[in-house]
Each structure stands twice: as C-alpha cells, then as structure tokens.
Design a binder for this molecule. Structure first.
Ligand code: ATP
Length: 445
C-alpha cells in the first residue's frame, strides 16, 4: 500500500462507515473542522475513557476537573498567550499560498516554472509576520475591546486557576495532579492531514503539582507512564518514539519537554507532549491576580509555589493515530480484506450478532442474544447478505468478534464466534457468550 495513499483511504473509509464527516459538508465544508459520526464518537469516547481511567480513576493522587472554555481575559495575559502565542506566517507573492515559517520544508510555487524542465521554482516568500492563534470573540452585546474574550487555546489554564479550589476540596497533598478533557481552539495557519491538525480539537491534559527539586524525577516518571499508555492502546511500539525539545524549541514556560511522536504516512509527528513547566504558570497567575497561590507544606512548615509536570495529548490526534495504526489490507482467498485491527477495548463495536439465514427461527434466537449482549457492550445486529460479506463489513470497522447463529444452534444451543484477526472460529454455548466476551475485554475501556 503506497503510504501516501493511506490517508486518502482512511478519510474515505471514515466517511463511508460513519467515523468522521467534514463539518457543514452540505455547504461545501468548513476548513479543517470535522464531525464525528456514530462509530467515530464511540471510538474517540473509548480513547478518552481509557485515558480517564488510567489518569484519574485508577490513581489516588489525581482529581478530575471540567473547566469552562471561556475564561477571564487576564488569564491569557498572565499565561503569555496574548503576547506570545503566535506562529510566523509567510505568504508566496505569486501563488498566494500561506505557510508556517517554522514548518516550511521546500515550498514549490505551482505558478512559477524553474530552470529544470517539468519542475517548479521555489515560492517567492514574504517576510514572516507573527500571527496570534487565539480565537477572539465578545462577551455581551457590545463589540468593544473591554468585552473581548478568547476561546481557550489549551485546557491547562483552567487547571492552574482552580488548583487551590481542588486542593482544598479534595484534601489532597502535594504531590498530586488534576486531569481534564475538553475542547481547545487554535486558529492554525496550516491545518490539515484530516483530524491531525484542526482548529477545534479536544485535549486530554494532566497537570501534576510537585515540590520544587523533585520535578525532574516526576517528569521522568510521567514520561515512562505516558509512553506505556500508548503501548497499552495497542499502537505499534516501533512507530512510537521520543523527541526531545532542543533549546530553540523549548516553550517560554518549559524547563524540559519531550514529545511522543508517531510515524504517520506523512512523517513522524507529535501526538503528546510531556513538559516540565516549573512554577512559571502559578507565579504568573499569582502576579496577575494578586492572589497568593503558594502551597503550605504541613510536614515541614514551608510555603512554596509548586512546580508542574504536564502531560498533554490530543484526543482527536490519538484517535487518528489509533485509526492509522489499525488500518491494514490483506489478501484472503484472492480478495482484498480491509481490517481495522483495534485493540478490543477501544473498538467501537465489540461484537456482531449474525443469524445465518432469515428463516427457520434463527432470527428469534439471534435477537434474544443481541438483546442480552447490548445491555452490556456495544453490539451490532446484521442479517443482510452472505455471511462472508457480513464478516468483511465488521472487519472494516474493527469489530473483534462475529457471533453466528446457525441451524446447529437450534439443537445444541451453541454459536460460532469468529475472531477478526486470525479469522479462527470456536463454538461457544449461547449462554456463555456474554461471559466469553466480557472475559476478553478485561478492564472496562
Ligand atoms: P504543534 O507544534 O504541532 O502545533 P504544539 O506543540 O503547539 O503542537 P501542544 O500545545 O503541546 O502542541 O498541544 C498538546 C497536544 O494537543 C498535542 O500533542 C496534540 O496532540 C494536541 N493538539 C495541539 N494542537 C492541535 C490541533 N491544532 N489539532 C489537533 N490536536 C492538537
């Protein structure tokens, strides 16, 4: 499979089978904004649930939060976003294409031939202009400077300004963390690659508050845990790697930063960042709000501003990673079979119930099993067409198990369970199916 082709295939499969649609498609679409269809919303929710389970539910030292998208405008002055959340924008004077100067590889102008026949000359670029990525809007009826509010460009700030509230309410002690999943907005100059870089997206962020001096130790711990999480999602380990931010890449707030990168068809790209943000954010909010944000450590009687280790992943980006990593085509009996080989815990549909025929009482038995299973896990019922075709339809959306009800079921009360990857089949008692599936799903997704 030509690698470049993979993204086109994914976009087309995603639309056809209801994972992701272009936003406002009937109006010709809105640039780099996407909607999740029935299977996509289930897949993305499973990714988020797994994150929440690992980061909040399974830990005693992390609390959850859901802060509002709109925040006091001073937050973004304190955080440095008003002054510094900019990307350098360059235009080509000839073809009018727009680029991010820091991501510019080798821009070729489609309108200017080069000296080499059949090739295009380099774009004629303007000087970079700094462009703020925050979406601005107005609160209340009057569109004036005093009423400006921003759509948050990251969820982290909602955590920082709530850190004392959470600390007091939860009676946690440092070290402890606050986790949040929510929308963020960035007016990206060059969005693209499907749901990789969009203007509206969801982040899964956790901020871990630690005693200064212990920050690098925690940073290393969180690095290890976060990489493990991606492995546990079922992603191919050889397609994951670390990228360390060099001195020129480090954000203004960071002491150390590493990205987890995945090897997409369009190259190695960041899917999550782990950052040591020091006490930068709390110090700034303390300064701008005038409110003391120090922590009082009872054991030592000391007061200090905690350091923060952040883990920041994009829910949409991880969902794209899961889709790209799961996609494969194989030849089976002379035909191409498309499979999304999801880890069962994140597969949108866990099992399909398939009566072999629509007669002889098979549908009644199948419907009974379907009703029983769908109370516990997402299942799909399909009685249309040849059984091989029905298997293929499930393979294509990554359903791990197909359960077929046939004539033997009527006499011996067993069904066939066919496994998606190896395509092996086993006979299981119809009363054991729910337990069989639950056992293989293990921990709730
Ligand atoms: P980039 O350099 O690619 O613009 P960034 O370094 O600014 O990204 P962070 O601010 O560290 O990204 O954001 C943390 C995570 O949020 C990223 O790893 C990514 O998964 C997600 N993310 C950031 N921007 C976008 C976007 N425009 N669309 C989708 N996800 C995004």
């Amino acid at each position: 499979m030509a690698e470049q082709n993979l993204m086109e295939k994914l976009v087309s499969l995603a639309k056809r089978r209801g994972f992701v649609f272009q936003s406002s498609e009937v109006y010709g679409g809105l640039g780099s904004v996407w909607d999740y269809g029935p299977l996509g919303v289930a897949l993305k929710r499973n990714v988020k649930d797994r994150w929440w389970h690992a980061m909040v539910q399974a830990r005693e030292d992390i609390e959850g939060l859901d802060a509002a998208i709109l925040m006091h405008p001073r937050v973004w002055e304190a955080s440095g976003h008003v002054a510094g959340f900019t990307d350098p924008l360059v235009d080509c004077r000839t073809c009018k294409a727009r680029f991010r100067a820091d991501k510019l590889a080798d821009a070729r102008c489609p309108q200017k031939p080069s000296k080499v026949p059949g090739e295009h000359a380099a774009c004629d670029l303007t000087e970079p202009r700094l462009f703020n990525l925050m979406f601005k809007t107005f609160m209340g009826p009057v569109e004036e400077q005093a009423a400006v509010v921003y759509l948050r460009p990251e969820t982290a700030q909602g955590i920082y300004v709530n850190y004392q509230n959470v600390l007091t309410a939860s009676r946690q002690k440092i070290p402890f963390g606050i986790a949040q999943i929510g929308k963020a907005f960035r007016n990206e100059i060059t969005p693209g690659n499907f749901i990789f870089r969009t203007r509206e997206f969801e982040q899964m962020e956790m901020q871990f508050f630690v005693r200064p001096g212990t920050d690098m130790e925690w940073f290393e711990q969180w690095r290890a845990l976060r990489m493990q999480w991606h492995h546990d999602l079922g992603l191919t380990p050889s397609k994951l790697r670390w990228h360390e931010h060099g001195p020129t890449e480090l954000a203004h707030y960071a002491k150390a930063a590493y990205d987890i990168e995945y090897e997409f068809a369009f190259g190695w790209q960041e899917i999550e960042g782990v950052h040591n943000r020091t006490d930068f954010d709390l110090a700034r909010h303390q300064e701008y709000s005038g409110r003391k944000l120090e922590y009082f450590e009872q054991a030592t009687g000391e007061r200090y501003l905690p350091y923060i280790v952040e883990t920041s992943a994009g829910a949409d980006r991880v969902t794209l990673t899961v889709l790209a990593d799961a996609y494969r085509e194989e030849e089976v009996e002379g035909e191409v079979r498309v499979v999304l080989g999801f880890h069962p815990a994140i597969a949108p549909i866990k099992a399909a119930v398939l009566p072999l025929t629509k007669k002889d009482g098979l549908p009644e038995v199948a419907e009974g099993l379907y009703a029983e299973l769908r109370r516990r896990v997402p299942v799909f019922y399909d009685d249309g067409g040849a059984i091989g075709r029905r298997y293929r339809r499930q393979d294509e959306v990554g359903t791990p198990w197909c359960i077929t009800i046939d004539h033997d079921t009527l006499t011996d009360r067993t069904v066939t369970i066919r496994e998606r990857d190896a395509m092996t089949q086993v006979r299981v008692g119809i009363d054991q199916v729910a337990g069989w599936v639950a056992e293989r799903l293990g921990r709730p997704a």
